[in-house]
Design a protein around this ligand. Structure first.
Ligand code: SF4
Length: 342
């Protein structure tokens, strides 16, 4: 266990955590909402520093990130616990957990993670599978080290970290793959009992504009919960107005999981409707996800209409890129590319 960053000591041996927007006030002996930070005698400790639940070598497209080092491999790590408890979580076995689960974990230090990423010829490292902010101190140490070793760094996040947490890790993060799960108070409350979800949007804008991170947005379209015109158009319009029309938006298919087994998978027609909303609003890159082989997985140049990247599942065929632009007409595709030393 190690003492965490970004908390304050309060009277009565209480501690207030400032990593995510819950800003938990934690009494002595108690845990925060994520169940991975514990107050012991007025000092706040991370229980899950370097404690890994999941590790894999993934194509970057699996995050999904489609405009960030396409075709590269990324060393992917997740821990235990989460600050959201979404009813449809596909990783609920690792995110709906408590400290007892740590007994089954594997310890991978930041140094070992970087060495493993290099050995496996990955171009970068991602903290994913559950919310990376809940092992913030570990991801910060690892991100600093990754930059020293010329690896790119990725947060796959629900976006609920605080502005000050973002500012602490901002200099060392390259990509921010964020969920905007819905666009109403009711939706976030019903899905995960989260209030104040608009704070997520402010931090995403900060990631892009203050820290220059590459941002891609994901919305898992859930029948009857966020598949209405108002929410989908709200998300698309916010992306266009605040992040820019070149920001990719992934509308992905929901499959019944965990506490939402009563809902059907998202009809393909609903995803195509979400895609159409995004395009109508003016987004240049909208993708349908979790539907392998769908043509809306491909990247098409909005300017000349040529195919830039063909995708089938996680197979990527880059046919139209030159210096990160369209090789046919030179259009800016908001694409980060390049080889990193391995
Ligand atoms: S990371 Fe978030 S949920 Fe966990 S203790 Fe801190 S404020 Fe609470």
């Amino acid at each position: 266990m190690r003492e965490v960053l970004l908390y304050e000591k309060l009277p009565g041996s209480r501690a207030k955590c400032h990593i995510c927007q819950w800003r938990c006030t934690i009494g002595p002996g108690k845990l925060g909402v994520c169940k991975m930070r514990q107050n012991i005698d007025g000092v706040l400790y991370a229980l899950n520093y370097a404690e890994v639940s999941s590790v894999a070598i993934d194509p970057i497209e699996k995050k999904p990130l489609f405009h960030f080092f396409p075709g590269s491999l990324v060393f992917s790590l997740g821990t235990w616990g989460c600050n959201f408890h979404c009813k449809h979580c596909q990783n609920w076995q690792i995110s709906w957990t408590d400290p007892s689960f740590l007994e089954g974990s594997r310890t991978i230090s930041p140094e070992d993670a970087i060495a493993m990423a290099k050995r496996e010829r990955c171009q970068g490292i991602a903290w994913t599978y559950n919310e990376p902010g809940i092992w913030f101190d570990y991801t910060l140490d690892s991100a600093k080290l990754a930059k020293e070793h010329d690896l790119y760094t990725v947060y796959v996040t629900n976006g609920y970290i605080t502005p000050e947490a973002l500012d602490t890790i901002g200099p060392y993060l390259d990509a921010y793959r964020v969920d905007v799960k819905g666009f109403s108070d009711k939706f976030y409350r019903d899905l995960a009992k989260v209030s104040g979800w608009r704070g997520i949007l402010e931090v995403v804008e900060r990631a892009q504009q203050k820290w220059g991170m590459h941002v891609e947005v994901v919305t898992n379209v859930i029948p009857t919960m966020n598949d209405d015109e108002e929410q989908l158009e709200g998300i698309a319009t916010w992306i266009r107005d605040k992040l820019g029309e070149l920001t990719p938006w992934h509308v992905t298919r929901f499959y019944p999981q965990h506490q939402m087994l009563h809902l059907p998978p998202t009809p393909i027609a609903t995803l195509e409707h979400a895609y159409a909303i995004g395009r109508r609003v003016g987004l240049r890159f909208v993708y349908t996800g979790n539907v392998p082989g769908h043509t809306n997985e491909n990247t098409i140049c909005y300017s000349c209409g040529n195919l830039i990247i063909a995708r089938v599942g996680y197979h990527t065929d880059i046919v139209g890129l030159e210096d990160s632009r369209c090789r046919f007409c030179g259009a800016d595709l908001n694409m980060r590319t390049g080889r990193r030393s391995q």
